[in-house]
Design a protein around this ligand. Sequence first.
Ligand code: AMP
Length: 398
Amino acid sequence: MSSLPVLVLNSGSSSIKFSVYEAGNGERARLFEGAVDGIGTDLGKFWIKNAAGTKLVDQTPALPNRSVAFKLVADALHSGEFPAPVAIGHRMVCGGPTVQENQRITSELIDEMERYTAFAPLHTPIACYIMREALRLFPGVPNFVCLDSYFHRTMPEVVRHMPIPDEYSAMGVRRYGAHGISYESIVYQLQPEVPEKLIVAHLGNGSSISAILQGQCLDTSMGLTPTGGIISGTRTGDIDPGVLLFILREIAKTAQSASEAADKLETVVSKKSGLLGVSQLSNDMRDLREAIQAGNAHARLAVDKFTWTIARWIGSFVAELNGLDMLVFTGGIGENDMASRAEICAGLDALGIVLDAERNNVRGPAMISAKNSRVAVRVIPPLEDLIIVNHVVRLMGE
Ligand code: AMP
């Protein structure tokens, strides 16, 4: 019986998360998981724990840059203490218009995806860097890219197309969506009885929501970049384009160049807005809930904006799906913040969505709809790494 350890790499702007799965003989068992967090700081975190949750590595190294951070991961995996990976799967938000399929990574493929960095500016640079480093530090080990945009490739043209002049559409500007691997994992977990008309709300630091018809993506809230759609921790979500022009003109009054102005605008819409911008306090739902308890009106407004936006998206997706069988909450907020779930669903009984207050009072997987709810409402944690492993195993067999 052959062993097939598969390494999954999931990099963010300041962290690299990883896990190792045993994928031989049809098995899917997670052996280890770990992370290097705090890249760019003197006091980072590097940990690895086994399937039982025991920490095997627990360090606080200086992490001046991503090179030092990824070398820690590669050195640990080469140390002999952990099974050496026979394949590596990389999460990637968006590969642009020419890379829509999950596939084996070559340096040419990385160059091609990097051309579209502007479509996921916070994620693509580090993901491409880690792919190049993984090719170099694990010679001979096949690497595969798994795209979030892959799940959304089934969206019809009318949904994907942007109402802009054709010259920009020709440059690949359209809706790609994000969190696709999370959505894929929810559909996977619902098999074999995937509801025909399904809405999944992935609510975390970044939030999005998808309408899924017969297991395939029909529509999703995020657009060209993960900044579109519903309001997130630090991102605006969809916004009147006139607001962008207003802010840009304000920034341009003191900017030295057009590109400096564009960078500053990006910082405003991606890092300073959303829950953080409205609350003037935090992008973290736990902090906001505490502040609401203490009577903070800005925190209340931020969370109200969040739940109101999501309820509107649910309404429009019910119209698009022409009905609804199931609503699923996932992501850090979707799984843990029962107050957000209750507030989102509070005015949706006309759509057949009724929560059971007691059942909703949980963290983690549960059926939370009331007996008289026409629509089943569930909480299901995502299994993104497992989906990446499944793609890697499939692609290795091709
Ligand atoms: P994610 O990006 O999926 O890791 O989700 C991060 C978000 O989940 C943050 O806004 C957290 O505040 C939120 N979150 C995590 N745990 C809880 C909790 N117990 N109660 C409320 N929000 C939580």
